[in-house]
Design a protein around this ligand. Structure first.
Ligand SMILES: Nc1nc2c(ncn2[C@@H]2O[C@H](COP(=O)(O)OP(=O)(O)OP(=O)(O)O)[C@@H](O)[C@H]2O)c(=O)[nH]1
Ligand SMILES: [Mg+2]
Length: 371
């Protein structure tokens, strides 16, 4: 296969080839005449919303991270506020050497409307510290809705000096969307990176020139198999990934009641006084309440139908649900994160014993309340 002198796709970074239409990087020969060359996959994602995603190679990613450590650069680490712990790159500082790291927490538009951004920032600072994340600065924004973006631009400018900027993060956190906003709002460049609602869009480094001859570099997302969104069928992501502000659902539960999140997860209130729990999940995901003693039976009888996603034809691909037990002592409140699905807040400080059932491998963690 000829890859034309390492010409790379301007949308996703894949090397362009003109021989094999069914392989990555294909572009028709005529497309090479254009000023910016994009591959057929990017064309289809952009114009037909095609779900053409690829699982990036983890070794490649580690190589990219380590190579950043060997040069002087600013590292912009993007995480998704909807899956904060799930999308953090643990131990990033080990890879990036002496380089400064700015943590950009994206998608703040997904939180319910009436939230206090400063409170969220305090929460993020605390969580980042607890998770061993070392950063020069933390900024919150929405790249999509253009919230908090001046701060992002100022912060990058302040720490970059005259160096390149590498934008890194887990898949789907909004790296390419954020760089597109920088390009469109702060430069005359025509470039446009490919973005899509599905993880695994950017395939290789894409260098975008800055005014001083340096570059801002888009990178492929890291695949974390502890995120539900990496495990489930792509077709079910539409239901699981929120694209509008979350409308929290509040449930008053008696002990020994359960909630099902499609067939993807289950929450049991095992013991405690009657109290309220608030679910922060995609508005498109249906939550079913039932009695704890009926829950197993209900799951067996209705998964893939009333309890969906996943739909019946792709249930087999879902890892079995495993239990995570938590005891929230009297006097404490908390939230249980199910990485990629959302979180459930235990609002009352009356004490509660809960069990969360989530697909094997998915990260489930108790944390301080964000909201
Ligand atoms: N609600 C919301 N969605 C966002 C925001 N930023 C990006 N998105 C959406 O998140 C999805 C992923 O965005 P991308 O920019 O492709 O993410 P990425 O990090 O480049 O993903 P990979 O290339 O797969 O690693 C798209 O559907 C974006 O529209 C944001 O601030 N808010
Ligand atoms: Mg991308």
């Amino acid at each position: 296969m000829t890859t034309d002198n390492l010409q790379k796709c301007a949308g996703c970074g894949v090397p362009i080839q003109t021989d094999a239409p069914d392989k990555l990087g294909y572009a028709p020969t005529a497309a090479l005449q254009k000023e910016t060359v994009t591959c057929q996959r990017c064309f289809r994602i952009k114009h037909y919303n095609e779900m053409s995603t690829v699982t990036p190679n983890q070794d490649d990613f580690l190589k990219i991270l380590s190579s950043i450590g060997a040069k002087k650069a600013l590292v912009v680490h993007i995480v998704d506020l909807f899956d904060f712990e799930g999308s953090l790159i643990a131990g990033l500082h080990r890879f990036v050497g002496q380089n400064p790291v700015v943590l950009v927490v994206n998608k703040i538009d997904l939180l319910p409307k009436a939230i206090n951004v400063n409170r969220i920032l305090n929460w993020v600072q605390k969580q980042a510290k607890e998770n061993g994340i070392r950063t020069s600065e933390i900024v919150l924004c929405s790249a999509k809705k253009n919230i908090g973006f001046e701060r992002v631009v100022e912060t990058i400018a302040r720490y970059r000096g005259d160096q390149d900027v590498y934008v890194v993060g887990a898949t789907n956190v909004g790296k390419s969307t954020l760089i597109n906003r920088l390009i469109h709002d702060y430069s005359d460049l025509e470039a446009e990176l490919t973005t899509s609602p599905f993880p695994g869009t950017t395939l290789d480094l894409v260098h975008i020139p800055l005014d001083d001859g340096r570059h801002i570099v888009d990178t492929p997302g890291i695949v974390y198999s502890h995120r539900l969104t990496e495990l489930i069928d792509k077709r079910d992501l539409k239901t699981v990934l929120p694209d509008k502000p979350i409308k929290p659902s509040v449930f008053q539960l008696n002990e020994r009641q359960s909630l099902f999140f499609g067939a993807l997860a289950r929450f049991d209130f095992v013991q405690g006084e009657r109290q309220s729990f608030t679910c922060y999940v995609s508005n498109a995901l249906t939550i079913h309440r039932t009695k704890l003693e009926k829950a197993d039976e209900l799951y067996a009888a209705h998964k893939g139908e009333m309890l969906a996603p996943p739909e019946a034809d792709r249930l087999d691909a879902l890892p079995p649900l495993v239990k995570h037990a938590f005891r929230i002592p009297k006097g404490r409140v908390g939230e249980v994160l199910v990485s990629g699905l959302g979180w459930i807040a235990v609002n009352s400080d009356a004490g509660a014993q809960i069990v969360v059932h989530a697909p094997k491998g998915v990260k489930v963690a108790l944390r301080d309340p964000m909201i």
